[in-house]
Write a new protein. Structure first.
Length: 265
């Protein structure tokens, strides 16, 4: 059976984490964490934005992707983050995967120091090492992808993150994954409109799956949101949190594009 995009990414990620452990074991990583940044409250920022603006945007930063290749040549993380902050983004999402998205954990660190917005470390978490690393490098929230983890891993990683004062975005792609996610009693669920097996996008995924999620759980629509029309359609279905990346990254000025997307909602 041919490996999917996700299989390949997870295999490479596990190998990468194994190498990181050799260079900086978890015990030494712990010793380097004496002056931890206080977390900024990722979920609180989303909720406050909804109260002010009726919507909340997690503005994403990524240079490339496996399906699209290079997305943005002029990728200057601090400059983009400042544009997003000026455009009233509630939070930031920063791709830190290097092999497939050309990201870096260092991007998260320099952005964390440059702006006041809470930051999601957007990566493929497969090992508890990455959760400690996320906390020590300044993340406020991590992503846990249900389809990338066993049920036990999902539960263990989720509770470890909470114990480290990290918020968690639990990502789902189908109804079975929604059921698994809800067992955690999470505060934040992301519905990814991108199929991680073939990377095809269908915004209808959010519309279908959001009906299965209790109203008290903050629900994020992720991937494929490219126009005000897309946003209007999702808002009409009760969605008010959006994670938007590629449409912004392809724009000459990502901050201006973010404003334009929501100007005529």
């Amino acid at each position: 059976m041919k490996n999917t995009y996700l299989d390949e990414i997870l295999e490479v990620t596990r190998a990468s984490v194994a190498e990181k452990k050799k260079i900086l074991p978890l015990s030494k990583l712990n010793n380097s964490s004496k002056n931890l940044w206080p977390t900024r409250g990722f979920i609180n920022a989303l909720e406050n934005s909804i109260k002010r603006n009726q919507v909340a945007v997690i503005a994403e930063m990524k240079k490339a992707s496996p399906s699209q290749g290079l997305i943005r040549e002029a990728y200057v993380p601090v400059e983009i983050a400042k544009q997003y902050q000026q455009a009233s983004a509630a939070c930031l999402s920063i791709l830190t995967d290097e092999p497939f998205f050309r990201g870096s954990i260092e991007h998260l660190m320099i952005v964390r120091e440059a702006v006041n917005l809470p930051v999601l470390r957007k990566d493929f978490i497969v090992d508890e090492y990455q959760i400690y690393e996320s906390r020590y490098k300044g993340a406020d929230c991590i992503l846990l992808i249900v389809s990338a983890l066993s049920k036990n891993e999902l539960q263990d990683f989720y509770h470890l993150a909470l114990n480290l004062d990290l918020d968690v975005l639990v990502e789902v792609h189908n109804q079975k994954e929604v059921e698994t996610a809800l067992d955690l009693k999470p505060k934040l669920i992301g519905i990814n409109n991108r199929n991680l097996e073939n990377f095809e996008v269908d915004i209808g995924t959010t519309i279908r799956l959001s009906e299965e999620i209790p109203k008290e759980v903050l629900t994020v629509s992720e991937s494929g949101i490219k126009s005000s029309k897309d946003i209007k359609g999702l808002i009409s279905c009760g969605i008010n949190v959006f994670l938007i990346g590629e449409a912004l990254m392809r724009a000459e000025n990502p901050g201006s594009e973010l404003k334009n997307l929501f100007l005529y909602r």
